[in-house]
Ligand binder design. Structure first.
Ligand SMILES: [Zn+2]
Length: 226
């Protein structure tokens, strides 16, 4: 299997995982930056239903090079990610309800659990409910994201970035689970926070965590990998 084909399989798998976890429905999209600078992106369709062959190949500006259909309406999110973050290989935009709720409350994710320690650099809030439809908005969103792994778009959704599709899927699930936990903890009282040392130590476990989660998803949903 070619490198691109294997990435296509993994991107389709990310969609299935996010759908299984009820993080996406009709909306949302994922993308990947290939070695030659071209992007693979979910076409304008429910992301959990996208097959490997459905992903569009576009240039860095989002112009379609091959594939049927059109790019997502908020393609500017993905082009902005790869323009501003050379360290990032893949990205997802979706609308998980607890994250949106926290964004409306002006609350970033507070790392209160092992899973949320991944986001110890912060999850800034992009303080506009608008859709991201052009480069100006995309760059403003990326300015909010900074060097972090995720940004909350107030009243709208999230953008999560990663180096691999598997890491992207696990971060996306961890982000919404963190928001669910945090919301419940905020209602119940004043949750105790991790120390900086605990956060650094726990966040360093991410590769093991990703491997374990992907083994689980492949057992439940089928698909390749170990
Ligand atoms: Zn959106």
């Amino acid at each position: 299997m070619s490198a691109e084909q294997s990435i296509r399989e993994e991107l389709a798998e990310v969609g299935r995982i996010l759908e299984y976890e009820k993080l996406i429905d009709a909306f949302g999209h994922v993308s990947y930056r290939l070695d030659d600078g071209a992007l693979l992106v979910t076409p304008h369709m429910p992301p959990g239903k996208a097959r490997p062959e459905d992903f569009l190949r576009t240039d860095a500006q989002g112009n379609v090079l091959s594939g049927a259909g059109r790019p997502p309406g908020e393609m500017a999110i993905h082009t902005a990610v790869y323009r501003n973050r050379p360290d990032v290989r893949c990205a997802a935009h979706f609308h998980p309800p607890r994250c949106v709720l926290l964004s409306v409350l002006g609350q970033e994710i507070i790392p209160l659990t092992n899973m949320s320690a991944l986001f110890h650099e912060g999850t800034p809030i992009y303080d506009h409910p608008e859709l991201i439809l052009n480069d100006r908005q995309g760059d403003a969103l990326l300015q909010a994201l900074g060097r972090c792994k995720a940004v909350l778009l107030r009243g709208h959704g999230v953008v999560v970035v990663a180096e691999t599709p598997a890491q992207l899927a696990v971060r996306a699930v961890a982000l919404e689970r963190s928001a669910e936990f945090q919301y419940a903890a905020m209602l119940a009282g004043a949750p105790k926070r991790y120390s900086a040392e605990d956060l650094a130590r726990t966040a360093a476990d991410e590769p093991k965590h990703v491997q374990r989660c992907m083994r689980y998803y492949r057992a439940v949903l089928g698909g390749g990998g170990q």
